[in-house]
Design a protein. Sequence first.
Length: 324
Amino acid sequence: MDLFEHEARDLFEKHGVPVPRGRVAADPGGARAAAAAWGGPVVVKAQVKTGGRGKAGGVRVVPTADDAEQAADDILGMDIKGHTVHRVLVTEAGEIAEEYYVSFLLDRAARTFLAMASVEGGTDIEEVAASRPDALVRVPVNPLDGVDAASVAAAFPAGVRAEAAEVVEKLWAVFVAEDCTLVEVNPLASTPAGIVALDGKITLDDNAAFRRSASFDEASGSEALEREARAKGLNYVKLDGDIGVIGNGAGLVMSTLDVVAAAAAEAGARGPANFLDIGVVRLDGNNVTEGRRILAEAAHPLVTVVATMDDAAREAAKLAIAEG
Ligand SMILES: Nc1ncnc2c1ncn2[C@@H]1O[C@H](COP(=O)(O)OP(=O)(O)OP(=O)(O)O)[C@@H](O)[C@H]1O
Ligand SMILES: [Mg+2]
């Protein structure tokens, strides 16, 4: 389960990771009150479980409590990639000298944990990884030995390394103690007050849910849908595109997502809207001719029969564009 930024922030605070003061508000008045209590500039941040909030206008640095109220008024109710903003996090604005990146994650391919760090924080880390892989330091973490924090902090300038190493150590403590599969800080900022985690993303390991006493807020739009599907015994994951995908068998659904995404990209449509593993039909193999005859005779207005999986993906992309 992904946490909201403010929940990640609270877990950081619990484990001694430096974070700015912060308060959650569900209305503009609450944002004003937080800003007025601290004085000075604040950051008003949309609380949605998706990335790229800044680019979508969901993160605003403002100088006064009046402006904080206005910013909250603008941001609350905003739609960011299909997620409606119900709350904002108001935090003290730090004076940022530099923005770094640091994360811990489960590296399934290597069957271990991995720490990543970069001086190029603040921006899209996938972009850094793709265009300048050298700017991203990767340190495997043996769960029994813990993290070699100095090796991770070696990614950062000499002047902040010792302090950053302490923060890295504490972030690993969060990862272990809270049963995480991802702990990401972007940016980890160097400020006159020291190293501060200004944005946090945490994914909790659902397999450890039984030993978790704290409850986290699942009330984001997509997770409500996912819970409803789970209650019905369906395996559903909300994605950002427009094309609904229903398949039987996780492997087949994954392949379908791939061909649909490729066909959508080619046609200029947005990709899959979801992953849904259910019992429906992809007809192939034994009795395929008979099956197709039955489908054709049913002549359902919403069912188009095509010959191959690629044809189906192209048809879906075409329909997505036609439906706008
Ligand atoms: N407390 C703060 N003080 C000063 N600047 C901040 C603070 N919090 C965020 N910022 C600035 O805003 C930028 C974007 O903030 P943040 O990383 O939280 O959102 P984002 O990266 O756009 O969202 P997401 O992580 O969802 O993609 C930061 O890189 C930083 O420059
Ligand atoms: Mg960020």
